[in-house]
Design a protein around this ligand. Structure first.
Ligand code: PEP
Ligand code: MG
Length: 325
């Protein structure tokens, strides 16, 4: 199997009818970057910056962060990297920050809510990213955005940092692309306001499933209720894909869903054309894509979306078997 996937590296991720699917990698450690080239991924679709923060004994300063982000860009050798700003709180705790006891940590003070309330942390991270990307392209993504106004606030901090660097006479990135995660369902109902402001959107299906169904993503007792192949999830994906198409905004999915062949197949059927997944999942997902007939899948999915089923999993499995996917 390893040999099969190694051969796959050179082959493009195109469906039987020639539709190209962007395959990006999720990463969080410098170590992961090794796989960028041997997996054949188009770039890093999600770099989780909190992982290096969690592995340290204190908050890294601008210089330390600049060094780290620079190494990542160097190792990417020109392939695009999407840096997600600090996404801590909830289940991701920084050992050197006093834990803040909350009844509902997943719904609490986490992620962008922390960095907007503590803008010094956000500023130091953005400044480091701008410096690391001098003379190159930079992509920044904000996590857990629930309202357009939060995106506006975060973007304003980025613009200020950019201005700061410009005034200081520092070299700037050649281009700064700014996007957001879509993992809080409310944001999907604000796309007409959001999409004109962003360069890209990435759906975080892990948190999205949790919030769409009000089902804790880590609670085994209700794991059966946490199913990304529920009809409502697929409809949600299709709605966002249509909207992003309308506004010509690049869209991807970077949650675990994108790395499971059957779920990735459903995403493609719903109109998603970019996936970001962990390196070991790239081979199996690419194999699925290369045997997929999108037209038949779309038609079939259309009939399924009216289904009252809890999950489309069994039906999609049957489709895959019947169509040699
Ligand atoms: C997600 O929620 O789907 C996601 C990609 O972010 P994380 O898993 O880091 O919360
Ligand atoms: Mg998330």
């Amino acid at each position: 199997r390893q040999a099969v996937y190694a051969r796959l590296r050179e082959l493009p991720a195109i469906t039987r009818q020639g539709v190209r699917i962007g395959i990006h990698m999720n990463a969080g450690l410098l170590l992961d970057l090794q796989h960028l080239h041997d997996s054949g991924a188009d770039g890093i679709g999600l770099y989780r910056t909190e992982l290096p923060f969690m592995a340290r004994s204190s908050l890294p300063d601008v210089a330390a962060q600049t060094l780290l982000y620079k190494k990542i860009l160097d190792q990417a050798e020109g392939k695009p990297v999407v840096f997600r700003t600090l996404d801590v709180g909830g289940d991701k705790v920084l050992p050197y920050w006093n834990p803040y006891e909350e009844d509902n940590p997943a719904l609490g003070w986490r992620s962008i809510r922390i960095t907007l309330d503590r803008p010094a942390v956000m500023r130091s991270q953005l400044r480091a990213l701008l410096r690391a990307a001098q003379g190159r392209e930079l992509s920044v993504m904000f996590p857990m955005i629930a309202e357009v106004s939060e995106f506006v606030q975060a973007k304003r901090i980025l613009d200020k940092e950019l201005e700061h660097e410009r005034l200081a006479g520092s070299p700037l990135p050649t281009k700064v692309l700014v996007g957001t995660m879509l993992e809080v369902p409310a944001l999907a109902l604000q796309l007409d306001a959001l999409l004109p402001m962003v360069d890209f959107v990435s759906i975080g299906s892990n948190d999205l499933t949790q919030f769409l169904f009000a089902v804790d993503r880590g609670n085994p007792r209700i794991a059966e209720r946490y199913d990304p192949l529920a009809p409502a999830m697929i409809r949600f994906m299709r709605y966002v894909a249509v909207k992003c198409n309308q506004y010509r905004v690049s869209l991807s999915v970077c949650g675990e869903m994108a790395g499971r062949p059957l779920e990735a197949m459903a995403l493609i059927g719903a109109g998603i054309r970019n996936l970001s997944l962990s390196a070991p999942s790239i081979g199996p997902v690419k194999t699925m894509i290369r045997s997929l007939e999108i037209g038949a899948l779309e038609a079939y999915l259309n009939t399924l979306l009216k289904s009252p089923d809890h999950s489309l999993r069994n039906k999609l499995k049957t489709f895959a078997l019947d169509h040699g996917v």
